[in-house]
Structure formats: C-alpha cells, structure tokens
Design a protein around this ligand. Structure first.
Ligand SMILES: [Zn+2]
Ligand SMILES: [Zn+2]
Length: 186
C-alpha cells in the first residue's frame, strides 16, 4: 500500500491508519457527512473491543465508528465497511466468523500453493485466522472458514514436535505468535 497521510486530525494513539477513501460527490454517504474524503482507521481497544473508524472532519466528534455498521444494506455504512475490509486484508481483523469469546486473535496467515509449508501440510488450505484459547489448555486454533467445524486445533505442547509443525504449519505459526505476544510461555 502506498504511503498516504490522513486528511483530518485524529488524536487516538491506538489507531492504525488504513488510508483514505474518496467517494463521488453524489454518493449518499458523501451527502450525509458533507465530504467526499474519509480517513479510515482500525482501533484496537482493550475495553470496548476492536473497532473501525471513519473520520470526516477535524472536530473531535466528526467521525463514525462501529463494526456493527460495517456492512452492506440499509443500516450499513459503506465507509466503515471499506475500513473493515482493509483491516481484514492487513490481518488486524479475522476474515472468518469465530464464536468463542475467550479466544485471542493472533492475526491471519496465508500460504501460497508453492510454499514449503503448504506442500508439507496435512490439509491443503491457504488462508487461516489464528487464535489461542486461554480457557483450559491454551489450545491453538487455525480457522479456515466460517462454519463451526472449519478449524484445526492442537494443544500447545503437541506443536513442539517437528512432525506436527510440518503437518500443521498454521498452528505452529499461531504458537510462535502466542509466545511472541506473551500469551504463552516457551
Ligand atoms: Zn483509536
Ligand atoms: Zn476460545
């Protein structure tokens, strides 16, 4: 992504800038906010949870936010939907549905079909969302679809074994990230 600067002032240190979005003048969202330029952000918040933000002016209140509005349709906001899609692409938000509240998202991973990891892997899958579930046994999870059963999981200690690391590269990656982020001790 090219290096872009925000158009408006924004004072949250947690926010990650996702670039600007320019909409046509006659777009409904442009009319509603009286601007064609929107600065998009992803904000990782401990208390309120992750969110996306779309700023349309310099004043403190001149922004809209909320993942629940980041959808298509009557109540959706296209500027927030665009922010969500960019955040998913950058690995800040998961691409698949996952319904365990205890799980900590560790980012996504993507393997090309000619990568060593993909060739050695037991299941030929390219895209995963990675989690550690701290409830219980520190289970590592690699989700590859939004259906309930579309995930792989192993306990952290099973992933110290090279055979398992080769068979489940996404889970081994999840373990590595969990250690780096301090969710799992070595
Ligand atoms: Zn923020
Ligand atoms: Zn969980």
């Amino acid at each position: 992504m090219k290096k872009e600067k925000p158009h408006f002032e924004h004072d949250c240190d947690c926010c990650k800038f996702l670039g600007t979005l320019t909409l046509p003048e006659d777009n409904e969202t442009s009319k509603r906010y009286e601007t064609t330029v929107f600065d998009l952000y992803f904000c990782k918040q401990e208390i309120f949870g992750d969110t996306v933000i779309s700023r349309y002016g310099n004043k403190g209140y001149e922004y809209s936010s909320g993942l629940r509005f980041a959808e298509e349709g009557e109540f959706g906001h296209p500027n927030l939907l665009e922010a969500k899609q960019r955040a998913i692409k950058l690995g800040y938000l998961p691409q698949f549905d996952h319904d365990c509240d205890a799980c900590i998202f560790l980012g996504s991973v993507s393997y090309t079909k000619d990568s060593e990891e993909y060739k050695k892997a037991r299941y030929k899958i390219t895209d995963f969302d990675l989690y550690i579930c701290p409830s219980g046994l520190n289970t590592l999870i690699a989700r590859h679809g939004s259906e309930g059963w579309e995930y792989l999981d192993r306990e952290y200690y099973e992933l110290e074994d090279q055979v398992n690391i080769d068979k489940y590269p996404a889970l081994a990656e999840a373990r590595k990230r969990a250690i780096e982020l301090g969710h799992l001790s070595k």
